[in-house]
Design a protein around this ligand. Sequence first.
Ligand SMILES: *Cc1c(COP(=O)(O)O)cnc(C)c1O
Length: 256
Amino acid sequence: MSHQIDIEKVRADFPILSRKVNGHPLVYFDNAATSQTPKVVIDAIVEYYEQYNANIHRGVHSLSQEATDAYEQARETLRAHFNAAKKEEIIFTSGTTHGINLVANGFASQLKAGDEVIVSALEHHSNIVPWQMLCEKTGAQLKVIPMTNSGELAMDAFHELLSDKTKLVFVNHVSNALGTINPIETIITEAHKKGAAVLIDGAQAAPHIKADVQALDVDFYVVSGHKMCGPTGVGILYGKEEWLNKLPPYQGGGEM
Ligand SMILES: *Cc1c(COP(=O)(O)O)cnc(C)c1O
């Protein structure tokens, strides 16, 4: 049985593809950087502003109730998608960069000189710089898993880097540079044996692979809306409840 994609039907979902660029119908290949937005998503945003725009969790009037219900419904949809145990483990952010910085800032209180954190050589800048800043602040040491000639993580080297000093491991699920799918199951299992927490950058994986955070037993999983046909400026941080309770608040404010 063949599963042919009806290209015209898919294109019809994306209003932007009906415009011309430089006199030609638009063909868009930069989805890994920012995907285009289907009509259903655009409609939902317009409906929000036209029908029930209000302050969530802050008002007792009808619009605020409706906005709060829609917001919590979205959180429940995401909880189910990632199979998180609890809705409270799904945190809305402004994107992957924000989610990583939120966790890195939280860990400033958990690390001390002599501790080690492991990152891979295959990371987006968003998953390197926050950890460099964290290490500078705490005196912890950053260790890097090298890459093989075929663009995969050198897992032997990873096993050698892991030790009782390792407190955190950060790796992307799918590399934005090479498309490599990293063996995160092994990385998570091995890191946990040393008592280290694991953050997985799922920005490139989320549009293609459905991550089950409970099956993976991952501590943190971060994604961006704008790379998975969602709106720009929205992201998700999944955090295991026990870790969320351990980390101090990143920002102070209402409903923190
Ligand atoms: C795009 C990307 C990021 C950063 O995402 P933002 O939405 O810009 O915060 C981080 N990691 C990977 C792997 C990415 O592809």
